[in-house]
Design a protein around this ligand. Structure first.
Ligand code: MN
Ligand code: MN
Length: 365
């Protein structure tokens, strides 16, 4: 552990190290990864594909997976050793089971517009409910995460000798003869029956904090240029390490110039056409265009703005690697300073700023 000259430890302080390697060059790297256009990795009952530092080097703090499950298909019992998992349901329905360190279990159904959060290391499964496939975007608070390096129950049980399993589960060793010998990952099965409306008395050991947040049901913040829903740990207490958002931006409108002091931003574009510009200091700025299926990224503290350059509404889902939502906008900053200071700063008359907005305008039209 690092210590200061007075011997105080830096424990609990952010690691203010050097800028990450992909951001150190004279030119900024790409902040776009075409996840939707990448080949689906077919599985028994669905498919998945991921964006991590391996294929998207700038995304060191967050990674994502796009997954589709057919009705009945089960993403098997598993956990992630090095990341929490945040999800947004794009279409369809699925059922999730969870377990936490208190052995509390939640079994809950999700549909379009719902969000889940699984704390790092907590066990979970996901099963498609139909009708039709369920598609969702998973976002993890570690860019070095890989969905293909998770801890799956079949992988583990398949590598435990039968006599140990016999002792562990108090069963004859033969019980395990037909268990898989390697990871199943995704497997087809019957669609499970509806959950009981009223569980039998004494049958629940549910955690105090639910894993589900109905983001589409949240009343959005409305602006001239669109709407924004934010789900941080304030709205969704279990989500201690991540914040999510759903943005809808009207044609021609803008998500204004801003930055996030406390977190990187990982974006998944669902609908419409966008142009994002990221400012990275040292005269560096990079503009790229985004469409459905694309992933975008804005590193912590890097200024950025998003324009809707299409004829239709732009919709994108975001996640940040901090449970608290923080942003600072250029309009708020201008408004917070005297016109005389701005006049000196920009070398123009103070009257220039008379008509500027008096505060933050998250989505001007
Ligand atoms: Mn998972
Ligand atoms: Mn942002």
């Amino acid at each position: 552990m690092a210590t200061g000259i007075d011997g105080d430890s830096y424990a609990g302080q952010p690691p203010y190290g050097p800028m990450s390697a992909p951001l150190q060059g004279k030119e900024l790297p790409t902040f776009r990864y075409a996840l939707g256009a990448a080949p689906n990795i077919p599985r028994d009952g669905g498919w998945s594909k991921e964006a991590t530092v391996v294929n998207f080097p700038v995304s060191e703090k967050l990674a994502g997976v796009l997954m589709q499950l057919e009705p009945g298909a089960l993403r098997e019992l598993h956990w992630h050793a090095n990341a929490a998992e945040w999800a947004y349901i794009i279409r369809g329905r699925c059922r999730v089971t969870t377990i936490d360190p208190q052995d509390q279990c939640e079994i809950v159904d999700f549909s379009e517009g719902d969000v889940w959060y699984f704390p790092r290391g907590h066990g979970h499964s996901i099963q498609g409910l139909g009708p039709g496939p369920c598609e969702f975007i998973l976002i993890f608070d570690n860019g070095y995460f890989s969905e293909f390096g998770t801890f799956s129950i079949t992988d583990w049980i398949g590598h435990v000798p039968a006599e140990v399993l016999a002792k562990n589960f108090k069963q004859p060793a033969a019980t395990f003869a037909n268990f898989p010998k390697k990871e199943v990952y995704l497997v087809k099965g019957p669609v499970p029956p509806p959950l009981p409306a009223d569980p039998a008395p004494g049958s629940l050991n549910a955690p105090p904090e639910t894993h589900r947040y109905r983001m589409l049901a949240q009343k959005p913040q409305e602006f001239p240029g669109g709407s924004m829903r934010i789900v941080s740990r304030k709205e969704f207490p279990i989500s201690t390490t991540m914040t999510g958002a759903l943005l809808r931006i009207k044609p021609g409108a803008l998500r204004e110039l801003h930055w996030h002091p406390n977190a990187d931003e990982w974006q998944y574009y669902i609908k419409g056409r966008a142009r994002m510009t990221v400012f990275g200091s040292g005269g560096r700025a990079r503009t790229e265009e985004y469409g459905p299926g694309d992933v975008g990224y804005a590193p912590q503290g890097f200024g950025h703005y998003i324009e809707n350059i299409g004829d239709d509404e732009l919709e994108l889902v975001l996640a940040f690697n901090d449970g608290e939502y923080q942003s600072i906008s250029a309009t708020a900053w201008f408004a917070a300073n005297p016109p005389e200071l701005l006049a000196t700063n920009f070398g123009v008359p103070a009257s220039t700023f008379a008509g500027f907005p008096k505060g933050e305008t998250p989505m001007p039209d």
